[in-house]
Unconditional design. Structure first.
Length: 230
C-alpha cells in the first residue's frame, strides 16, 4: 500500500514536512485500486477507484482521472462524479473483484453525502479504511481485521456539524469506542490517517495517545509512505 496523502480537509496543505496532500491511498492486489480522488491524478495506472464520500477533499480532483478507470459506487447518488463514458459498477454489501473482497459500510458523518468506510480483504490479509466518521452504523466489520486505518482529524474534542451524529469524532473518543467493544486489529497496528491540526506536534500527540491506549500500536502516516501489509 502507498499513502498518497495524509491531511484532513480543514488542515491541508500543512506546513509540516510530509503532510501536504489530502487523504488517499493506492494498493495493489490482483488489480490496482485507489481510494478517493481529492488530489490530482499522478499518472499511475489505476483499475478501480473507490470513493468514501462526496466532499471536495475526497473527490475534488476527480476530473483529472482517466475514463479507463472503473468507478466503484455505493449508490446512484455518486453517479454525478463519474466522467461521461467511463465504466462504473455498483458495490454490493460484499463485492469481489478477482480475489479482492470489498465490503463498504455506512458511517454517520455528513448531512450532504452518504459516507463510507471500507473493509478490504485479499487472500488472508484485511484492513479497514475509515478517514471520516462520527460513528459507524455497525462495528461488526472491525472484528477479525488485521489492520485499521483511522481518521484523526481531531485529537480530544469532537468536531460537530449541524445535524444528529454529524461531524468528526476525535481519535481519542473513537479508540475508546473500539476498546469498549473489545475491537483490536489482529496485527495490533492502527495507522492514523486524515490528520488534522490538533494532531500536531505529531510525535507528542501520538506518545500521549499511546500511553492511554497501550493495547493499540499507533502510527501516524505521511504522504508517499509505503506500507507492507502481511
Amino acid at each position: 500500500m502507498e499513502i498518497l496523502g495524509a491531511a484532513a480537509n480543514w488542515s491541508a496543505p500543512f506546513k509540516t514536512k510530509g503532510i501536504k496532500k489530502f487523504t488517499s491511498c493506492f494498493f495493489q492486489t490482483d488489480a490496482k485500486f485507489q481510494i478517493d480522488a481529492g488530489n490530482k491524478w499522478d499518472k499511475r495506472k489505476i483499475d478501480y477507484l473507490l470513493i468514501t464520500h462526496l466532499h471536495q477533499d475526497h473527490i475534488g480532483r476527480i476530473k483529472t482521472y482517466p475514463k479507463t478507470i472503473t468507478y466503484c459506487l455505493p449508490s446512484k447518488s455518486f453517479l454525478k462524479i463519474v466522467p461521461k463514458g467511463a465504466k462504473f459498477i455498483f458495490l454490493k454489501k460484499k463485492t469481489k473483484i478477482g480475489q479482492t473482497k470489498i465490503e463498504p459500510f455506512l458511517v454517520h458523518h455528513s448531512t450532504t453525502s452518504i459516507t463510507l468506510g471500507y473493509k478490504i480483504t485479499y487472500r488472508k490479509i484485511s484492513f479497514i479504511w475509515l478517514p471520516d466518521y462520527f460513528t459507524p452504523f455497525d462495528f461488526s466489520l472491525f472484528k477479525n481485521t488485521d489492520y485499521y486505518f483511522l481518521g484523526a482529524s481531531c485529537f480530544r474534542k469532537n468536531i460537530l456539524h449541524h445535524g444528529y451524529l454529524t461531524g468528526q469524532k476525535s481519535i481519542t473518543n473513537f479508540l475508546k469506542d473500539l476498546k469498549k467493544r473489545k475491537l483490536f486489529p489482529k496485527r495490533g497496528i492502527v495507522y492514523l490517517i486524515h490528520l488534522g491540526l490538533s494532531m500536531f506536534p505529531r510525535d507528542i500527540k501520538i506518545k500521549k495517545l499511546q500511553s492511554e491506549f497501550p493495547n493499540y500500536k499507533l502510527e501516524a502516516v505521511s504522504d508517499g509512505q509505503k506500507i507492507v501489509l502481511k
